[in-house]
Each structure stands twice: as C-alpha cells, then as structure tokens.
Write a protein that binds this ligand. Structure first.
Ligand SMILES: Cc1cc2nc3c(=O)[nH]c(=O)nc-3n(C[C@H](O)[C@H](O)[C@H](O)COP(=O)(O)OP(=O)(O)OC[C@H]3O[C@@H](n4cnc5c(N)ncnc54)[C@H](O)[C@@H]3O)c2cc1C
Ligand code: FES
Ligand code: FES
Length: 482
C-alpha cells in the first residue's frame, strides 16, 4: 500500500514550513507516525508529501526559559515527557497523562505535539495541558503566532492550525509552590486504551484554602472542556467531603458526552464525577503522585543508548533528505550490524522494508495498528513498532530485529530462557516479546515482576502464555545478570 508520493526528512523548521507552503494542503507533518500511519492505512488515502520533523536538531527540549514558562518541543515523545524530572516536579498532570498513553514502544515514538494536533477529544495530553493553561506556537512561511489551547481547538479533530502551519512549541507556567495538580484516566483496560473519560485538576491553595481551581474534562464533549461551575464552587473552600462532592457533581453537569463503543453517555457522566472526586481526594490526602514511578524506576525501553546519556532522537546532520515513492533513492541504514541499502521501499513502513526487501520475516505482521507489539524492533536502541514507523525514517539509523539478537550460535539469554521455560506456543507473538524483554534487560538488569509486566504491556499473546513469558524474562534476568 502506498501512503505518500514523497517523504521529506527535514533538518530545520524553515525547511518544513517551506515544504508545507509549496505543497499547499497536500502535505502533512509526521512526527512519531503513531496516528498518521494508522489514519493513512485506514483511509487508504495517499498524500502528495509527508514531512518528517523527528530529526530536526534540538526539537526534543523540555526546559524552563527566561519567560518563566516550561517549553516543550515538537519532537518530545511521551516517554521523554513522562520521565522528565522537570515535568514530574512542575507539571505532574502532563507527566501522568504521557505515562498513560498506549504502551512503551508507542510512547517512544508518539509525541505530545502529535497528540495535540490530532485533536481527538479523548487524547490524554490535551486534558492535562488545558488544566495547565498551555499555549501553542504555530509557524508557517507567513510568520509565527501563539494561541492558548482554548482557542486552538474548534471541534472534533478540528484546530485553528492552517494547512501551511506546523506546531513548533508548547508552553505553560510551571506549577508554583502553592499549586498542585493531578491527572486521571479511565480506559477499558490499563494499557493501550483510549480514554473513556479523563480528567485533570489544578488547584492553587495558599494556606490550604483554594484560591483558584482548574478542572479539564476529556472525552465528554466535541473538544476537551473546562468545568467552570465546579471550579467556581471550589474557590474559597477547603477540600472537605462536601466541597469535593459538590465539585464532582457540577463537573458531571458540564459534560455532554455521547454513547459510543467505549461507553454510554450515562456511564461517562458517572465517571466524570468519580474521576473528579478521586482526583480531589488524592490531592486532599497528598497522594496525587501515586502510580507514577520515579524516572529511574520507569520502564522506558530506551535501551543502552539512553542509559549512556545518548540521544533518543538521533539528529541527521546535513541537508534535507528526499525519498520519492517508487523512486531510486536508497534507504541506507544498518540492520543487525550490517550496512544495507534498500531501493523501492520509500513508500512503505519499516515492517515491510524488513520483511519484503530484506527477507527478515522474524518481525511479524500482526494488527499493523500499533495494538499487538508483534512487530517490535529497535531503532537506534529504542523499542519501536515497525508497523507504524515509515521506512524512510530508518535512513541513517541502526535497526536491530530478532534475527540480530543471537551472537552466532549463542542465543540471546532471553531467547534461551523462552525455550527453557516453554514460553512459546504458536510463537507468532514471540519475536515481539523477545525484543521488548531484551531491551528491558539492557535498560534494567534486575526488573521487578511489575516492571516486566509494564515492559511487556504492549505485546499481546493470543495463546495467552503470559505466566510462562514473565517467568522466562525473570529467568533471563537471573541468568544474565546473576
Ligand atoms: C495502539 C495505539 C494506542 C494509542 N493510545 C493512545 C492513548 O492511550 N492516548 C492518546 O492520547 N493517544 C493514543 N494514541 C494516539 C497517538 O499515539 C498519539 O496521539 C500520539 O501522541 C501522536 O503523536 P505522533 O508523534 O505519533 O503523531 P503523528 O502520527 O506523527 O501525527 C499525528 C497528526 O499530528 C500532525 N502533527 C504531528 N506533529 C505536528 C506538528 N509539530 N505540527 C503540525 N502537525 C503535526 C500530523 O500531521 C498528523 O495529522 C494511540 C495510538 C495507537 C496506534
Ligand atoms: S503493533 Fe505492529 S503489527 Fe501489531
Ligand atoms: S504464543 Fe501464540 S500468540 Fe503468543
């Protein structure tokens, strides 16, 4: 299936803006691709051009600037954000929202900017950023403009961003000493679940009495909304069972949800009240951080490169690279330590490049929608889903597939442990599990059972052999690390 005519990998914002202008509404930006590739696949729509901004140098910043605001760059992934000490300390709802997105390999590529631009009312980071009163900066060849998120959203999946604009910055004030925030999400399961409802709460409480309250609600209206009556009711109050209950009920009244496959309108209304109640109770008890691991305890599946302080989004130096669908420009990369040059894969995903062009069929075709993890490979040391990664993104990168894990005849300890523990039934999911598990052990030599489950949470086994799989990873950790 062909998704685009031309794939540009740009190295500057000017280049991205110029290309968007040149292609006048026929081009789209791609960052992680976790939304766009799924959309193109489902819609069978072909774009004239896709502009990859994931390698613009320095666009993965999360920093506090002279203007007093925290700024987040357009290439910042959910993993990076969740693990950021700055965000964990001064923008907890955003770190929590990012930690709740999808599963590890999806978080490694999906960006906050992409989440904002997709503009689904169920998206996690929008709710958190609405409560943080964030603003976004848009750039085009015509110049730059900054909009509060409240003005950025215009309807279901509709924003004020024009076809020639791209989002170049997200900024918001850090939570002050007397402010506290929390984010809660209800999904149909713990991971890989779009929100049935989500809620973010920020309170300013000098001396314990609430001076300002911000409550944002997701998945209950065409856009993410605030709950002004609930916010007002909390002002000049302390958190008591009565004030919490009143705010929870008023928040539910602000919601105008619809029935859909994830839940009925009635259920969503009930859940808004429940989540607001739980959020305020957590703040009252000082428990708003529960459930979010410290950065060092997080399972990121970033591999050794991140542990060594390496870049997680390697930047291409030099000029913009252009790959034409059906064109002769080769994708040059390293696969399992060997230099390869592949022609004719410019319009494919990495999954099909590996399988069809290189014959590496260990990487499995499962859902091709990011849901099963069967296609997990390492891209520059980071676990990613090959089905959502455009093949041209591999240009200049180092890829490791399941075929590259063994050293000659010597199986990787995770492979050996899968055999020893009989952790394989039909085996279809096994390469994906092995790649995730091996990356976990590279990052975290002595994972707890909880960390193993978190690392493997994006990998599904239809034969449901989870106990054996977890035992195998525990065995491998013992075998390798002693
Ligand atoms: C299996 C699965 C599970 C998921 N789970 C969740 C979840 O739990 N919660 C959730 O909120 N989302 C979830 N998502 C959706 C998705 O992963 C996120 O929305 C992600 O943040 C998108 O970021 P991206 O970088 O991959 O965006 P892309 O796919 O690269 O782009 C998405 C859209 O944003 C545009 N875009 C991207 N960056 C810019 C920019 N800088 N300027 C202008 N336009 C831009 C693109 O043109 C495209 O329209 C899930 C997706 C999948 C496939
Ligand atoms: S996640 Fe890629 S094939 Fe299922
Ligand atoms: S072993 Fe069959 S799908 Fe997992």
């Amino acid at each position: 299936m062909t998704y685009w005519d031309v794939y540009y990998t740009v190295t500057s914002v000017d280049e991205a803006a110029r290309l968007l202008a040149e292609h006048a509404g026929q081009a789209r930006i791609i960052a992680g691709g976790t939304d766009l590739v799924v959309e193109l696949r489902k819609g069978a729509r072909q774009l004239a051009a896709v502009i990859d901004i994931s390698r613009v140098g320095g666009w993965d910043y999360i920093e506090r600037r002279m203007d007093g605001l925290i700024h987040v760059g357009p290439a910042v992934s959910h993993t990076q954000a969740a693990a950021s000490p700055l965000l964990q300390e001064h923008a907890l709802p955003l770190a929590q929202a990012c930690w709740g997105v999808g599963a590890p390999a999806l978080r490694n590529r999906g960006t906050i900017a992409g989440n904002l631009a997709t503009a689904s009312p169920a998206n996690d980071t929008i709710t958190a950023l609405r409560a943080l009163e964030a603003q976004v900066t848009l750039r085009s060849v015509r110049g730059a403009r900054t909009l509060p998120l409240a003005e950025f959203y215009q309807g279901v999946r509709r924003t004020a961003m024009q076809p020639d604009e791209l989002l170049v910055d997200i900024a918001f004030a850090p939570l002050a000493e007397d402010e506290v925030g929390v984010y809660l999400k209800l999904g149909l399961r713990k991971v890989l679940a779009i929100a049935v409802t989500n809620v973010a709460v920020v309170l300013r409480r000098p001396q314990g009495q609430i001076a300002e309250a911000r409550i944002a609600l997701g998945s209950v209206a065409p856009t993410i909304i605030r709950a002004p009556a609930a916010e007002e009711a909390l002002c000049e109050q302390r958190l008591t069972p009565e004030s919490i209950e009143a705010a929870a009920q008023l928040a539910a009244e602000a919601a105008t949800p619809i029935d859909d496959v994830r839940g009925s309108a009635w259920f969503r209304n009930e859940e808004v009240a429940a989540l607001v109640r739980r959020g305020l109770q957590a703040v009252q008890r000082g428990e708003e951080r529960l459930g979010l691991p410290q950065p060092a305890e997080m399972v990121k599946l970033w591999g050794k490169s991140e542990l060594a302080g390496g870049q997680c989004w390697p930047t291409l130096s030099g000029p913009t690279i252009v790959h034409h669908a059906g064109g002769d420009e080769p994708i040059q990369c390293t696969v399992n330590g060997k230099n390869v040059s592949v022609q004719g894969a410019n319009d494919k995903t990495l999954l099909h490049l590996l399988r069809e062009e290189l014959g590496l069929t260990g990487t499995k075709v499962g859902c091709e929608e990011g849901e099963c993890g069967a296609c997990t490979v390492w891209l520059d040391g980071v676990a990613v889903l090959a089905c959502l990664t455009p093949a041209p993104r591999a240009h200049g990168a180092s890829i490791v597939t399941v075929e590259g894990l063994a050293q000659g005849e010597q199986l990787h300890p995770v492979q050996a442990a899968f055999i020893a523990e009989d952790a394989v039934q039909c085996g279809y999911c096994t390469p994906g599990f092995v790649m995730s598990a091996a990356n976990l052990l590279a990052e975290m030599p002595h994972p707890t059972r909880e960390q193993i489950s978190a690392a493997l949470s994006g990998n599904l086994c239809r034969c449901t052999g989870y106990y054996k799989i977890i035992q195998a990873v525990e065995r491998a950790a013992g075998d390798v690390m002693g």
